[in-house]
Design a protein around this ligand. Structure first.
Ligand code: ZN
Length: 565
């Protein structure tokens, strides 16, 4: 009989017996065992997995090759392993693997116990299931030992992962890699905290650090608002280490990372790592907290949108949302005049003068904001919203009427195909015509039937839509959103971005109607978080119907609002 061998070594086997720790040894012992039994070991059927957990089933090359070798019929009659835990260490997939081998006609043998591993009889089943259970427990204990070791290291002030900005890794002879404050980076950390505490934006802090030539953190190519935000949140800078934020788990037979709840994180004081004093830390986090309160929420507290960096930092509703129709660049807010009145103007014109863009029209912020908000509020009128949704649903229903007709046609076609197949089969049986020609036609009919059946299935899957309910849901949501529009800028900006399909294009005009900006905008209800609306929109060709006609007759901000810089 030909014997195959499977050997596996895992990262969680560190303190187990000699057998588990070396795949070479497992293969040697298994080979000896096979020879003693009078079996032949074929080197092509020696499968090895190194450093793979006993709960990992997906990324296990050796095991997958073994399974592949079983098809179409196994080239070996017996599989030798050191013990069941080499196949796996869980209670469900391991017995299932043994079962798969047995069903393929392969006997599984453990050389350590010189016994079969089987599910074929009662005592075999009991012992296999029991050993799987024991192996699974052992794996859990190994996990816990790893976590305990990590905790000991963290408590001893040792590094438990990658280098953190502000610290260097150093060995001091106790076997652990310690972290020591890097004075140059620590100075940059303090600068970032101080700048932010004094009112700079995240992006502003990033710009200041770049301007001062401070090298960015190791994982970032350059200073950015995001990099600064990460840095401001790092509790190590106030002399505290935190670990266990994420947990390695098995999901679907493969390894995954899960975020632990904050209550389960482990933190310990590490005064030697402190870079920022408590007062500065508190000032920064008070400001970060205030910013966090700007997330737009519905009445039930669910999140409607997340503020972008600009949402939080901009005092202007439309900065970066409105665009110049001449050059396509953003309109941004600028303070002008001795009384520092806020205006919007083309950013390219602002930066490069008339060479950058010929649109030099400035418009007062409050005027344009009020005009755009007015349009949005009108567009969010529950009656108008409900009407728009009804229109979209009606389009969809008309389409469904077409689908019903199409369904009938397809069903009739299918009937004819079946009749033709029947006749062809009869002809084949009776020996009329050449068999080859009949087979060819039969194949054509079968292909046609497959296509028709597939279409029928698709037509039947189209979900029904309760148009009235949907219209009410969206109108309700629109009302929630409308309420948020009146709140402060950071929240209103999120809503405006949510409602607009694209940017708000502003066209400067200077004619008999006066000077000002005309704007058009295409709105959408699709992002309001009503699932069926998204379905409407995703339904082929109906995206248009879901859009809100925000494009009013060019709303024009008149009044003496514009002036040349
Ligand atoms: Zn422009």
């Amino acid at each position: 009989m030909i014997a195959a061998i499977y050997a596996r070594k895992s990262t969680d086997d560190s303190d187990r017996n000699e057998e588990a720790r070396s795949t070479t040894r497992q293969v040697e012992r298994a080979t000896e065992y096979a020879h003693a039994k009078g079996w032949t070991v074929d080197p092509r059927f020696v499968f090895v997995d190194d450093a793979v957990s006993g709960a990992e089933w997906k990324h296990r090359d050796g095991w997958n090759a073994l399974l592949a070798a079983l098809e179409p019929r196994p080239p070996f009659g017996v599989l030798v392993v050191s013990e069941l835990s080499r196949i796996g260490r869980d209670t469900v997939r391991t017995p299932a693997a043994v079962l798969a081998l047995e069903e393929a006609g392969v006997e599984v043998r453990s050389y350590l116990s010189d016994a079969p591993i089987t599910l074929a009889d009662e005592s075999g089943e009991i012992s296999t299931v029991f050993n799987s259970l024991a192996a699974s427990f052992e794996r859990r204990r190994a996990r816990q030992r790893t976590r305990d070791a990590l905790e000991r290291r963290a408590r001893a002030g040792a590094a438990t992962g990658r280098r953190t900005y502000g610290y260097q890794h150093a060995r001091n002879g106790d076997g652990y890699v310690h972290q020591v404050v890097d004075e140059a980076e620590a100075a940059a950390v303090r600068q970032a905290f101080a700048l932010y505490a004094d009112g700079a934006s995240l992006a502003g802090v990033a710009r200041a650090l770049t301007a001062r030539g401070v090298p960015p953190p190791p994982q970032s190519p350059a200073w950015s608002g995001g990099a600064v935000r990460d840095l401001l949140r790092r509790t190590m800078y106030r002399g505290e280490v935190t670990w266990g934020k994420r947990q390695a788990i098995m999901r679907g037979g493969t390894a995954a990372l899960k975020h632990r709840a904050e209550a389960d994180w482990i933190t310990a004081p590490a005064p030697g790592l402190r870079i920022v004093d408590d007062d500065l830390w508190a000032r920064v986090h008070e400001r970060l907290g205030a910013v966090g309160a700007t997330f737009a929420r519905r009445r039930d507290g669910r999140l409607l949108g997340r503020p972008s960096g600009e949402d939080v930092e901009s005092r202007y509703l439309l900065s970066g949302i409105a665009a110049c129709s001449i050059c396509g660049a953003s309109l941004v807010g600028k303070l002008r005049g001795p009384d520092r009145t806020p205006y919007y103007g083309c950013v390219r014109r602002h930066k490069a003068g008339p060479r950058g863009c010929r649109n030099g029209l400035l418009i007062r912020q409050d005027v344009l904001d009020a005009e755009v908000l007015g349009v949005l509020v009108r567009a969010l009128d529950p009656k108008i919203v409900a009407e728009a949704v009804r229109g979209a649903v009606a389009d969809l229903q008309a389409d469904r009427a077409g689908a019903v007709a199409r369904r009938a046609a397809v069903a009739a076609d299918l009937g004819q195909v079946a009749a033709r197949e029947r006749r062809l089969l009869d002809a084949l049986v009776d020996g009329d015509g050449t068999a080859e020609a009949i087979r060819g036609r039969l194949r054509e009919e079968l292909a046609r039937r497959d296509a028709l059946t597939a279409e029928l299935t698709r037509l039947d899957l189209e979900p029904a839509i309760d148009g009235e309910k949907l219209a009410q849901d969206v109108a309700q949501r629109a009302q929630d959103v409308r309420a948020v529009l009146g709140r402060h800028v950071a929240q209103a900006r999120q809503i405006v971005r949510l409602l607009l399909v694209d940017r708000l294009v502003c066209e400067p005009c200077d004619d008999a109607g006066g000077r000002g900006y005309a704007f058009r905008a295409l709105g959408t209800y699709r992002k309001l978080g009503v699932p069926a609306v998204e379905r409407l929109g995703n339904h082929g060709g109906h995206t248009d119907a879901c859009r809100v006609g925000l494009s009013t007759p060019p709303a024009r901000a008149r009044r003496p609002v514009a002036r040349r810089p």
